[in-house]
Write a protein that binds this ligand. Sequence first.
Ligand SMILES: [Zn+2]
Length: 268
Amino acid sequence: MKFKRTEYPTTMATSAAMSFLSMANNPYLYEYMGRNVQLPSKKLPILLPDKCPCCGKVLSTEILPIRAVNNITDNEQKECTVISIYRCTSCNELFTVINTVKTKLVFNDEKFDTDNAISEPVGIYPFEMENVEFDEDISDLSSSFVEVYKQAERAEHAEHDGLNLICGMAYRRALEFLVRDYCVDKFPEKVSEIDTKSLSEKIKNYITDDSDIKTLAEKATWLGNDQTHVINKHPDRDVNDIKQFIQMIVAKIKIKMVVADAETIKKG
Ligand SMILES: [Zn+2]
């Protein structure tokens, strides 16, 4: 799923809630509402999805939400959440995109600087974004890896912020943490020695127990280097290859952990 950023008037949820509350007590207000009453709104950056999460069809580049709502309660706050509701013209399903807006200025600033506000996707419902979930064992092994990997995913989704250019580098950085912590787990007594080695040296010298992990880590490093260098030595490969290799390394590590656990079971 890719997103395109645009500015869109978002209704203040607090004022909408008050209006609906008063409507519930006063049926005449429903009619009033039908005449398109404008609730207070604020133009904020929202994220337009490129595909329908329900049927997978590519959405028109002209698509806009039916309605977008923000949760600004205090004009002094610098961060808020926006929910945008859409209808897919292909499958007629309704879906929502949730994004955060972070700004250096407060929301009541006269010249609210949306250009410098950062807008990040949080989720798309009824379907989650295709983010990888890592097992607790992997987080225990390398919490830095999991954290950086998730940051890389956010950068990848954030095409509109120009961050996608750095997501390849971020995946490589995640790999560095994973390899480092895997090696230290295997050779805890050599931690200070390991920390002086480059990523390639760590892979070569300390990943000695699994040739698949070694190969995947080595190749992911090469592709990751392409993301940081001016000349791409493997133009037929991209960031999806790096992601796949990292995920397979994680899967192999998990298998080894489960096997090690199984081996502790003694015959009764
Ligand atoms: Zn659809």
